[in-house]
Ligand binder design. Structure first.
Ligand code: ADP
Ligand code: MG
Length: 503
């Protein structure tokens, strides 16, 4: 009977949450009530169906002493962002957006990108584009074919920890080397001033379409000699040293590139969001709404730098978040980013698991050396665990036992780990949705707006988009249906070329 109702709910499009809640209520009517309120609304369908009862009792009955289970029982409450909390965040973010448009040096930088035109879809030509995002560096050849068509090929290079924390000169020399190699491999001449767009996804105070100084590093980068310097000058210098005659036409934030790329095919695109190593968003603003910019007509794309959002009285920070922040290279900065983005999500989960182990509530108190190493638990592991729909969570077992060398895991242990991932991943998705709701509210586009989203977390983390949509609905009600969130794959690379074309 339960199974029937479950599949009926799913197949008729009734929300999974409602179906699961109904199932749980049925179960509670017929059985002993559970002693712990555990949110299972994000459990994937199959494992939910197969082990709903088992899971609930697994977590609920686990504590065998007054101390064991205490931390576990508090997790839901600590990591759940309620609808009313989301509403508060939205209202407060809108006021911070306005402050940032008014003055320099506010919490949200609200940087005019100098991109004052959106593409028409008719732009054409061959361009080089660079995309330095935080984890990967890509060199791309972008062929704008007009009619909204773009063809692109690219090569990907990994930025080592040494490069991230070395000197700026080393970093830009590396970039120039990659460009030289890519052009050689693809027969692109480097002696005729081909136009290039540079996507540099760090907080840059832009002073022209191809000029901007880095205000501070984020996402674990600390390269010396770059803060306060024009990054286009540094790139040009590195090109000159190698005799590469390339014309750097545009300096672009990945959010702006994502927005512009999507607008090439969908003119309703007013917002671009990144959910990757870090998080950030850009949107289209009317110039007369930007007092600090002194231009009255037209519109410009604003890079919000929303990752810096931080209101301690509103953001739901836990002791784990504070602890992680304290040990980063930029403490007390980029707090919103540290709750949401790929660089940090796995680390939050790892910190929680370590505390559960210490409290004797997980793996019978036995961890592993790998689990004790900061940033060893990649956010991609969370995706893998959340995607594990097997009856015994066998892939989760393999990850925990074979990759992270935890000596022995029980089914209950694996359920707990999965639940921690669900909580941390859901919190991130809901906070991202709050940011989007705040932007849509700010520009008063509740009637129709497309949000273009790029980044591996949005692309690969299962349920992330659905959780964002649920939260958006809780915040905006029925109006949320007018907000279309779309994957804008490769926006960061293609956008740089498009903006170079527009420039
Ligand atoms: P960048 O930020 O450099 O543009 P990406 O958009 O690819 O690069 O984001 C990289 C981040 O995404 C890393 O922090 C990584 O942990 C995370 N990530 C990579 N693969 C996955 C995945 N399958 N699920 C969730 N997060 C992932
Ligand atoms: Mg990127």
């Amino acid at each position: 009977m339960n199974n029937l109702i479950f599949w009926f709910g799913v197949s008729t499009g009734i929300s999974l949450v409602a179906t699961v809640q109904y199932l749980v209520s049925l179960r509670e009517q017929h059985q002993q009530p559970t002693t712990i309120s555990t949110s299972y609304k994000n459990v994937p369908e199959k494992s939910q169906k197969q082990s709903n009862e088992k899971n609930l009792s697994a977590v609920a009955t686990r504590p065998s002493s007054p101390i064991r289970g205490t931390l576990l029982a508090s997790l839901d409450q600590q990591l759940t962002v309620t609808s009313s909390k989301l509403q508060k965040i939205v209202l407060h973010m809108v006021s911070e957006f306005k402050k940032g448009l008014q003055n320099d040096n506010e919490q949200l930088a609200m940087i005019p990108s100098y991109v004052v035109n959106r593409p028409t879809g008719k732009e054409t030509g061959v361009y080089l584009a660079l995309d330095l995002g935080g984890t990967n560096f890509r060199v791309c050849r972008v062929n704008l074919e007009g009619y909204g068509n773009i063809r692109m090929n690219h090569a990907k290079y990994t930025i080592s920890e040494e490069l991230k924390t070395g000197t700026g000169a080393q970093m830009f020399d590396f970039i120039a080397d990659c460009v030289a190699a890519f052009c050689r491999d693809n027969n692109i001449p480097t002696d005729n001033h081909i136009s290039l767009g540079f996507t540099f996804s760090f907080p840059v105070l832009q002073t022209a379409i191809n000029k901007g100084t880095l205000t501070h590093w984020s996402k674990g980068f600390t390269c010396s000699g770059v803060v306060g310097v024009d990054v286009v000058d540094l790139l040009q210098l590195a090109f000159d040293k190698k005799g590469l005659k390339i014309n750097i036409k545009a300096l672009v934030n990945d959010t702006v590139g994502t927005l512009v790329t999507h607008a090439y095919t969908d003119p309703q695109t007013y917002i671009g969001v990144i959910l990757g190593t870090g998080t950030n968003a850009a949107y289209v603003e009317k110039s007369h709404n930007i007092p600090k910019w002194n231009r009255d007509d037209g519109e410009v794309i604003i890079n919000t730098e929303w990752g810096a959002y931080n209101e301690p009285s509103i953001l739901p920070l836990t002791t784990w978040d504070r602890n992680i922040d304290r040990h980063t290279s930029n403490p007390k900065q980029q707090i919103f980013e540290k709750l949401i983005s790929g660089l940090y999500l796995g680390e939050i989960v790892r910190n929680i698991l370590v505390d559960l182990i210490k409290a004797g509530e997980l793996f019978s108190g036995n961890g592993s050396p790998a689990l004790n190493i900061p940033y060893q638990f990649d956010t991609a592991y969370m995706s893998r665990i959340e995607r594990d729909h097997s009856l015994s969570l066998s892939d989760t077992r393999q990850l925990l036992e074979d990759v992270l060398n935890v000596p022995n895991t029980s089914y209950d242990d694996r359920r707990i780990v999965k639940h921690v991932c669900e909580l941390v991943g859901t919190r991130a998705a809901r906070l991202s949705a709050a940011g989007i709701a705040a932007l849509v509210t700010k520009i008063n586009r509740l009637d129709a707006c497309t949000v273009a989203i790029d980044g591996s977390v949005y692309e690969h983390y299962p349920h992330f988009g659905n959780r964002m949509r649920d939260a958006l609905q809780e915040i905006l009600g029925i109006t949320a249906q007018n907000i279309v969130m779309e994957q804008a794959r490769d926006g960061s690379g293609q956008g740089a070329a498009l903006i170079a074309a527009l420039a």
